[in-house]
Design a protein. Structure first.
Lengths: 414, 284
C-alpha cells in the first residue's frame, strides 16, 4: 500500500517536473501581421512558420493576422500593455512605421543587422527605410513592392492601342481612345481611400516633379501656393470624371478587381502582388503591365517591414525567425508568394511568367522610389488627404479649391 | 451592503472610464507612450472650430437619431400589434422578425453592402429588371443617399428589438379593461387609442429611450458599410471619436468628441425622462 503511494507521489512529481521543464524551454514568438488578400502569401507564412518550428524545437511561432485598420488599432492598444507581439508588421518609412518607432515600440536592430549581415543579403532600396529613424536601425524589410498600371490586352486592342504609353500625354491619349470605344479606362474602389489615392500620388509626381512632390508630401511648402498641386487636383478630377468606371465611390478594391477581371475597365493601378491574384484566377495571359509614365526616374512603391517590439522577452529568437524569413533559401522557395520580387538580392528569377518578368524589368529600370501618400504623410494629414481627394472625386469640391483646403488643415495642425 | 458588488462593478467599469475620458479630453496623448500633457481646452477648440469632419458627423448623428426614434419603433410597434393577434405561424414569425437583432452587426453590414453593390447588388438588379434603370443609384457611394442607405440596413437590424419590447408591453394590457370598453361600445380605434396606448406608455418610454441611446452610439453598421465615407459624408460622432483616438492616435481629441456626445445624450435623455415620469405620475 505504502509502495503504491510512494509510486503515485513519484509519478506526480515527475509529471509536474516535466510540465515545468517544458514550460521553461518552450519559447513563444508572437507575430502580428496582416491577413493578406493574396492567399498564396498567407499559405507561405504558414509554411515558413512550420519549417522554422521544425528546425527549432521548443520554439513556437504564433501568427495573428488582422485587417489593416484593425492591425493598427490592436498595436496601439497593445503598446499600453505587456501583452503585445514580439514581432509586428508595419510599412517602412517615417509615416506609418515611423509613428511606432517614435513611440518607442520598436527595438533598435543594429546588433542583429551586424550579426546576420542583412545589409549584405537584402536589397538596398528596401533597406533604406530602416536607416531613416533616429537612434539606430529599425525593422527588417520582408517585401518590396512597386505599383504600376495593369491593362486588359483585349480592351486595349479593341480601342486600337498597340503599344504601352511612354509619356503621360500618351497615357491620356490612350484613355481618350478607350473612352471613344465605350470602355472605361480605369477602375478604382472608392470606399478604401488609399486605392484612388494612388492615382493622385502618380499625378502629383507627374505634374510637380521629384523635388516639389517630396516637399509637398513633407509639408515643407504650401499646397495652396504651389500651382502644380492645384493642377494635379484638376488633372485627377479629369480622370475621375471622364476615364474611371462609375460608380466607384461605393465599392472597395476587391470589387474593383472583380470588375477589372470581368473586363469592365481597361486598367487598374496595382502593386506587383496582383500577379499572384491573377495567377490564382488563371488569367495572367489576359493582362499586360507598364509603369505609370510620370516622367521621373522613380518607381511608385514601398517596403513592408517586420519590427521587433521593445517589449519582447525573446528578441534573439524573434531576430532568428526574421533572419530565417529573409534567408535566400526561404525567399527562393516562396518567390512570387509575397510579390514578384524578393527583398533578398541573392534570389534567382526563373519564372517564365511574362508579368513577373515585366516586374523584374521595371524594378531594374528605376533607381529610386517614391512612397504612397498614406505612408508619406502623418496619419491625421492622410485622413484629410483622403477626404479632399474623395470630395474632388465625388464632384463636391472644386478641384481648384482642393489644394487650399488641404493646406488649411495642415496649417491648423498643432 | 448588498448593493456593494454592483456599485463596485459600476465604479470600475463605467464611472472610472467616464472620468478618465473627461480628464483625457483636456490632454494631448498619442496612446503609445507615457507622454501625456495638459492642453486645457485646445482639443475642444480644435474639434468645434478647426476639425473639417466634426460638424458633418454631428449633423449626421442628429439626423440618424431623429430617424431612429421614429422608424424602428414604429415598425416594431406595427409588427408587435400584428403578431399579438391570434394568427397562424405567430411564433415562427416573431422569431423571424427578431432574428436580425442577434446577427453580428458587422455581418449585417456585409450583407447589406452586397445588396447595395451598384453593379451586381440586389436593389439595382431589381430596378434594372423592373425597367427603371433611371432609379439605379450608387447607394453607398453617393453622399446624398449613402447615410439613408445605411439607415435602411440599421432599421432591418433593430426593428425586431422594439417589436419584442412592445409585445411584452401588449401582454400587460388588462383584458378586463378591454372587455369593459367593448361592452361600453368602443370600436377598434377607440380601444387602441383609449385602452391599449395608455397602457403601453411605460413601454413606449423605454423603447424611445433605448432607441435614442443606441442611435447616438451608432458605430458598427456604419463602420462596416461605408467606413464613414464617401469623403466622411456618413461619419458619426461615435465613429469619429474612435477614429481620432484609435486610428489617428489622438486620444485627447477622441475623448473631447466623446464628451460632446455624452453631453448631447444627457441633454436629450434626462429632460425626456423627467417629462415622461411627470406625465406618468399625473396620469396615475
Amino acid at each position: 500500500m505504502q509502495t503504491s503511494r510512494k509510486l503515485r507521489r513519484v509519478a506526480l512529481f515527475g509529471a509536474i517536473a516535466m510540465v515545468v521543464a517544458s514550460a521553461a524551454s518552450a519559447q513563444e514568438v508572437k507575430v502580428w501581421t496582416l491577413t493578406f488578400a493574396n492567399d498564396s502569401a498567407n499559405k507561405a507564412w504558414a509554411d515558413i512558420v512550420k519549417e522554422f518550428e521544425a528546425a527549432n524545437p521548443g520554439v513556437t511561432i504564433k501568427v495573428e493576422g488582422r485587417g489593416t485598420d484593425e492591425h493598427k488599432s490592436a498595436l496601439r492598444v497593445a503598446s499600453g500593455s505587456d501583452q503585445g507581439p514580439d514581432i509586428y508588421f508595419m510599412w517602412g518609412g517615417l509615416g506609418l512605421g515611423g509613428e511606432f518607432v517614435k513611440a518607442g515600440l520598436s527595438l533598435p536592430l543594429d546588433k542583429f543587422y551586424a550579426e546576420y549581415k542583412w545589409d549584405d543579403e537584402l536589397l538596398s532600396p528596401a533597406l533604406s527605410f530602416s536607416k531613416q529613424y533616429e537612434g539606430g536601425r529599425h525593422g527588417v524589410p520582408y517585401t518590396f513592392h512597386g505599383e504600376a498600371l495593369y491593362y486588359n490586352k483585349a480592351l486595349f486592342e479593341k480601342a486600337g492601342i498597340t503599344t504601352a504609353p511612354a509619356t503621360y500625354d500618351e497615357l491620356v491619349a490612350d484613355a481618350e481612345k478607350l473612352k471613344a470605344a465605350g470602355i472605361p479606362a480605369i477602375t478604382f474602389g472608392g470606399t478604401v481611400n488609399w486605392h484612388v489615392m494612388r492615382l493622385m500620388d502618380m499625378i502629383l509626381e507627374t505634374k510637380c516633379g521629384v523635388e516639389k512632390h517630396d516637399r509637398l508630401m513633407g509639408m515643407q511648402v504650401s499646397w495652396a501656393d504651389e500651382a502644380c498641386a492645384t493642377a494635379s487636383f484638376e488633372e485627377f478630377h479629369k480622370w475621375t470624371s471622364n476615364y474611371t468606371l462609375k460608380p466607384f465611390m461605393g465599392i472597395d478594391q476587391a470589387q474593383s478587381f472583380n470588375l477589372f477581371l470581368g473586363g469592365r475597365a481597361a486598367m487598374m493601378l496595382e502593386g506587383d502582388w496582383l500577379v499572384g491574384q491573377l495567377k490564382g484566377e488563371n488569367r495572367t495571359a489576359d493582362f499586360g503591365l507598364f509603369p505609370f509614365p510620370t516622367g521621373t526616374d522613380r518607381l511608385y512603391g514601398f517596403a513592408e517591414y517586420n519590427y521587433i517590439s521593445t517589449k519582447s522577452k525573446v528578441p534573439d529568437i524573434a531576430a532568428k525567425f526574421l533572419n530565417y524569413l529573409e534567408s535566400t533559401d526561404v525567399q527562393q522557395k516562396h518567390l512570387g508568394d509575397f510579390g514578384s520580387i524578393s527583398v533578398n538580392k541573392n534570389v534567382k528569377y526563373t519564372s517564365a511568367e511574362p508579368l513577373d518578368q515585366k516586374w523584374i524589368e521595371i524594378f531594374g529600370k528605376f533607381p529610386s522610389t517614391f512612397v504612397n501618400g498614406d505612408q508619406a504623410f502623418p496619419l491625421d494629414v492622410t485622413t484629410e488627404y483622403f477626404r479632399v481627394i474623395n470630395e474632388v472625386a465625388s464632384d463636391t469640391l472644386d478641384p481648384k479649391a482642393a489644394a487650399a483646403e488641404l493646406q488649411k488643415f495642415i496649417g491648423n495642425r498643432s | 451592503m448588498l448593493l456593494a458588488p454592483a456599485v463596485l462593478a459600476y465604479a470600475v467599469f463605467a464611472f472610472y472610464p467616464m472620468i478618465d475620458v473627461i480628464q483625457l479630453s483636456f490632454m494631448k496623448w498619442n496612446g503609445l507612450n507615457a507622454d501625456k500633457h495638459w492642453v486645457g481646452l485646445d482639443n475642444y477648440r480644435y474639434v468645434l472650430h478647426d476639425d473639417p469632419v466634426f460638424w458633418v458627423a454631428f449633423k449626421n448623428t442628429l439626423i440618424w437619431t431623429f430617424l431612429s426614434v421614429i422608424f424602428p419603433p414604429l415598425i416594431g410597434f406595427g409588427l408587435a400589434l400584428g403578431l399579438n393577434q391570434n394568427i397562424p405561424g405567430r411564433s415562427p414569425l416573431r422569431a423571424l422578425f427578431y432574428m436580425p437583432v442577434i446577427i453580428a452587426p458587422i455581418a449585417v453590414a456585409t450583407m447589406w453592402r452586397w445588396m447595395f453593390d451598384p453593379f451586381f447588388g440586389l436593389f439595382n438588379s431589381l430596378l434594372s429588371a423592373a425597367g427603371w434603370p433611371n432609379l439605379i443609384q450608387d447607394w453607398l457611394g453617393d453622399r446624398n443617399v449613402a447615410l439613408y442607405s445605411v439607415f435602411i440596413g440599421y432599421v432591418w437590424e433593430v426593428a425586431g428589438f422594439s417589436m419584442v419590447l412592445f409585445l411584452a408591453g401588449l401582454q400587460g394590457v388588462s383584458q378586463t379593461l378591454v372587455e369593459a370598453a367593448r361592452i361600453d361600445g368602443a370600436g377598434r380605434f377607440q380601444l387602441f387609442r383609449y385602452v391599449t396606448l395608455p397602457a403601453l406608455r411605460p413601454t413606449i418610454t423605454i423603447v424611445l429611450i433605448l432607441s435614442l441611446i443606441n442611435s447616438l452610439k451608432a458605430f458598427d453598421i456604419v463602420y462596416g458599410m461605408t467606413g464613414g465615407g464617401p469623403a466622411q459624408s456618413t461619419q458619426m460622432l461615435a465613429m469619429w471619436a474612435y477614429t481620432q483616438a484609435m486610428q489617428l492616435g489622438d486620444f485627447g481629441r477622441g475623448s473631447a468628441i466623446s464628451v460632446v456626445l455624452l453631453l448631447i445624450t444627457v441633454a436629450i435623455v434626462i429632460p425626456y425622462l423627467r417629462w415622461t415620469l411627470k406625465r406618468q405620475e399625473a396620469y396615475q
